[in-house]
Ligand binder design. Structure first.
Ligand code: HEC
Length: 316
């Protein structure tokens, strides 16, 4: 393989055979003008997300919330019928949340209620542990797109990537404390939290994160395009980060990029924190990460970034 012999290269995984399987399975969508239907049905993933029956928050939900929000969270509990004309209980299974489905927001709703509606404050009536379980339960009822705060057109964009362009929902999270190496000479070490801060400056507050590897031939072949992708994505208001996940040393990765005459900067997964946070058995993986580190959706294989432009245009 064509690798610029970095000193401490770890051969802990060689993703090439897996990638070949991925390619024949149809994840390869680069260069195709029309979107390629993914082999994995995204609607199936959403159905499979239904909350487990033995979830510790379920009983609390059934006894406190289901009379309005419905047994399955669809907003159709027996008391919802009597609320004609007034605000209807939210259908938790839709993307149409008025606020958003992150646990921090659900907690606020529980503590304060929604003034002027039948949604009362439950804060003081439910103990701390029960409350946390209940919040997690309501969270599992919601589709992943409902977790995107303050921005309904952004929800539609991400939903679009999943529905039409083969992306998969993810409920993984990049923890703010994860340490990363960086080929940016000024700061050879950064944390995920510093990277997330740059998202709050972007218009969409979302970043695309490309996990690539020096041992992944297809990743390396596509690296020269990353500079152009970065400028397109930044025009659309997204951040874009590269993370090398199979070589921890920033110096080695920089040497490698130099040997290929690639100008893009890359982070490195120096403590394996990224690998431990999400499944990266096939490379490349592109992740869409919000400002809190939630991985909203991801795409395995080389994705056609023109799809992102299309999804953005359509969401306007
Ligand atoms: C008496 C009926 C009723 C009960 C009981 C009730 N809710 Fe609600 N809930 C509502 C209504 C109505 C709304 C919509 C308010 C609005 O339109 O802003 C709502 C909204 C919410 C929202 C905000 C969703 C969004 O779109 O942002 C959350 C979260 C929520 N409820 C959680 C709960 C939980 C958890 C329980 C049980 C502890 C519960 N509710 C019990 C009627 C109820």
């Amino acid at each position: 393989m064509n690798v610029a012999s970095p000193k401490k290269m770890k051969h802990w995984w060689i993703p090439i055979p897996a990638l070949l399987i991925g390619l024949t399975a149809g994840v390869w969508t680069s260069n195709s003008k029309t979107p390629v239907q993914s082999t994995v049905s995204s609607s199936l993933t959403n159905i499979e997300r239904s909350a487990p029956k033995d979830h510790p928050g379920r009983l609390l939900y059934l006894s406190n919330c289901a009379r309005c929000h419905g047994l399955e969270g669809r907003g159709d509990g027996p008391e919802s019928a009597g609320l004609a004309g007034a605000a209807r209980p939210r259908d938790f299974t839709s993307t149409d949340w008025k606020s958003d489905a992150r646990s921090v927001t659900i907690e606020q709703m529980l503590n304060k209620g929604v003034p002027g509606t039948s949604m009362a404050a439950f804060g003081s009536t439910i103990g701390e542990i029960d409350r946390q379980n209940l919040i997690r339960y309501v969270e599992t009822l919601a589709p992943p797109a409902a977790r995107i705060p303050n921005n309904h057109s952004q929800r539609k964009r991400v939903q679009d990537l999943v529905d039409r362009f083969g992306w998969q929902w993810s409920s993984d999270r990049l923890k703010p404390g994860i340490k990363l190496g960086s080929t940016d000479g000024d700061r050879p070490e950064v944390t995920v939290s510093e990277i997330l801060k740059t998202a709050t400056q972007s218009e969409t507050r979302l970043q695309f994160v490309l996990a690539w590897g020096v041992h992944c031939a297809i990743c390396v072949e596509k690296l020269p395009e990353t500079a152009e992708i970065q400028s397109v994505l930044s025009r659309l208001g997204y951040g874009y980060q590269l993370i090398c996940v199979d070589e921890p040393s920033p110096t080695n990765v920089q040497d490698f990029l130099n040997s290929k005459v690639i100008k893009s900067k890359s982070l490195t997964d120096s403590d394996n924190g990224i690998k431990l946070s999400t499944d990266l058995s096939l490379l490349p993986v592109t992740m869409l990460v919000d400002e809190y580190g939630n991985i909203l959706a991801k795409f395995t294989g080389v994705f056609d970034w023109r799809n992102v432009i299309q999804a953005s245009d359509d969401a306007k």
